[in-house]
Design a protein around this ligand. Sequence first.
Ligand SMILES: Cc1cc2nc3c(=O)[nH]c(=O)nc-3n(C[C@H](O)[C@H](O)[C@H](O)COP(=O)(O)OP(=O)(O)OC[C@H]3O[C@@H](n4cnc5c(N)ncnc54)[C@H](O)[C@@H]3O)c2cc1C
Length: 347
Amino acid sequence: MPTATTAAPGADTVSALVRDHLRSQVVAIDRDGLYPGDFLRRLGAAGGLVGPGRTDDLGSALRTMAEVSETCGTTGFCLWCQNTSAWYLANTANSGLRERHFAAVGAARRLGGTALSNPMKHYARFEPLKLAGTPVPGGYAVSGTLPWVSNLGPDHAFGLVFATPAGTAAAYVTCDRPGLELKRTAAFAALEGTATFALRFDRFFVAESELLAEPAEPFVRQVQAGFLLLQLGLGFGLIRGAQRDLIGCELPAVAEEIAAAVAPLAAQASALATTPLEPAPDYLQRVLRLRLATAELALRATQTAAVGSGARGFLATAAPQRRLREALFFSILTPSLRHLHRLLATD
Ligand SMILES: Cc1cc2nc3c(=O)[nH]c(=O)nc-3n(C[C@H](O)[C@H](O)[C@H](O)COP(=O)(O)OP(=O)(O)OC[C@H]3O[C@@H](n4cnc5c(N)ncnc54)[C@H](O)[C@@H]3O)c2cc1C
């Protein structure tokens, strides 16, 4: 892992960026599908992303994500995609690949995503791998389709996993290449501004120099806790936003109950984020339980705030109903509640 240190920005810097460059865009992001790439670049330039020197403790990235998600869950999710993309590069043993991309992705000079929902569901025995690679000189020709991958565009990059004749491989590739088609196939109930596409791979060439790991499974296990911990930033942001919405609802007892419920979760997250590569099974179990508790609380808090806000919160541009839709997404985002229950029951 690279050792050069770049300081994370202070909370004031993140707050100022949110206030000056995100707040006025939130309704357009939610209702018109405006992609907040410009905001991600600003945050990246300020050192607000997972990047070289900022991977030992993911707490700062998580808190930045919470701050952003409190204002806009869609942008918080794009930020998760970007940070997770960088997290793959931080953890690959392929130093050439890391050197080519990590600094640029970690500063959002290159934007990127993660296509690991399908392999995560595959390892949980929910579905088969959707991509398959055939060996060709110098790499693999990969074919198949993925229904939803976010934070993408023609000049973006992302991590993926595909089946090979010998097992599986993980790779990090750019979108600007023949054999890969990005298609907008559906309108979503929320998260419209996340630049989410269906991907069709048709003998898409993945060079050996682009492999994050082969086989993929040990690598996926290695990055899994960080993948989950970073998602918590979205959940905590939604909960904090709901707490803010509740202030005007004259429901002080409920607001206090939610504040009391979130405080220990946030403390656990900060503690667990200091060792994102801890291999002990018990550590992963604690992260999974925390992810489940955070998703459940996000649903409860946003629902309570939306109901408590009455018709005012039901306006198309109002925050309470938007957060409720974003919390619903958080509960179906891989690992979904169902997926988490299965992992916690079987591991
Ligand atoms: C806006 C958006 C953006 C996304 N971005 C990305 C991305 O960037 N990268 C990425 O990899 N993925 C992405 N995804 C995918 C996402 O992470 C989830 O995988 C997906 O939303 C949930 O998949 P699922 O419907 O299979 O639900 P899951 O919860 O994973 O699985 C539920 C499945 O199990 C079935 N089921 C439910 N309950 C039971 C039961 N009791 N018994 C039997 N079957 C049951 C359901 O019918 C359903 O098919 C995105 C999705 C959306 C909507």
